[in-house]
Design a binder for this molecule. Structure first.
Ligand SMILES: [Zn+2]
Length: 113
């Protein structure tokens, strides 16, 4: 399950950015064509945050739908899979959205100086 490594990365980046402050909430965007299962990330999240700054943090996952552009006719189309066929018959489709994995928002406890 490669989501375990990915989730570890998300948690590591979040904790890094928090600079020592407890992380309250992490919002990530996962593209539907990224081959990352949102449910698996959610499942791994509790394991990966244990003992870190993000322990007990809330994980919010936003799924980004797939979009592609046909190289032959330049038409944009919705995609559920990372490959497909345009209505013009071409299979040369460039994926323009849906492969991303982005940490969108991080909510941390601000420490009083
Ligand atoms: Zn086309």
């Amino acid at each position: 399950m490669h989501e375990l490594g990915i989730t570890r990365n998300i948690v590591a980046i979040a904790c890094d950015s928090a600079r020592g402050a407890p992380v309250r909430r992490i919002r990530v965007e996962i593209g539907k064509l990224s081959a990352i299962m949102a449910e698996s990330v959610r499942f791994c999240f509790d394991i990966c945050t244990e003992g870190t700054l993000a322990d007990g943090a809330e994980l919010e996952i936003v799924e980004i739908p797939g979009r592609g552009r046909c190289r032959a006719c330049n038409q944009e189309l919705d995609m559920d899979l990372p490959y497909g066929c345009c209505s013009c018959g071409s299979t040369q489709i460039e994926i323009i959205q849906g492969q991303e994995l982005t940490i969108k928002e991080l909510e941390i406890d601000t420490l009083c100086a």
